[in-house]
Design a protein. Structure first.
Ligand code: TYD
Length: 141
């Protein structure tokens, strides 16, 4: 059975450069493949801190590192993929069912997350053992 990890995508957003600086933009259903219901952002991350450590049942999201850099670790419980994010016009599309965590934030990093769903704690799987059971049920080998 295909893994949700196979559907992780790197997205390139438009970048309009001129002598005053760069401008990028994201339109729903054009530059991200869903209607945008929520945006959140992570910033002022202390050195050594990690974020994430969960999977979603339905929410799709795109992570964009607007400034600084961080390492995005993605797994389906079997394979792992690590993506370094450090460009404001590049995003990573994370489908539901992928366990993600973020590490190695550089000082001043701002991470923007564009989501397909409103915040709903019931959509989260935050326990890794529970996640492995969920994957065994929904995505057997
Ligand atoms: P959490 O999901 O633990 O952050 P991360 O996984 O990115 O490290 O969220 C931290 C807290 O913020 C938690 O109490 C839930 C709350 N929260 C909202 O209220 N709305 C949101 O859109 C998000 C992403 C989190």
């Amino acid at each position: 059975m295909p893994s949700p990890l196979d559907n992780v995508r790197i997205l390139e957003f438009p970048k309009v450069s001129d002598p005053r600086g760069n401008l990028s933009f994201i339109e729903e259903a054009v530059h991200v493949p869903f209607a945008i219901k929520r945006v959140f952002y992570i910033y002022d991350v202390p050195g050594g801190a990690s974020r994430g450590g969960h999977a979603h049942r339905h929410n799709r999201q795109v992570l964009i590192c607007l400034s600084g850099s961080m390492d995005l670790h993605l797994t389906d419980g079997r394979q792992e993929r690590v993506i370094t994010l450090n460009r404001a016009n590049t995003g990573v599309l994370i489908p539901p069912g992928v366990w993600d965590s973020m590490h190695n934030f550089s000082s001043g990093t701002t991470l923007l997350v564009v989501c397909s769903e409103y915040y709903d704690e019931a959509d989260y799987i935050r326990d890794y053992s529970e996640y492995l059971e969920y994957m065994a049920r929904t995505c057997p080998t």
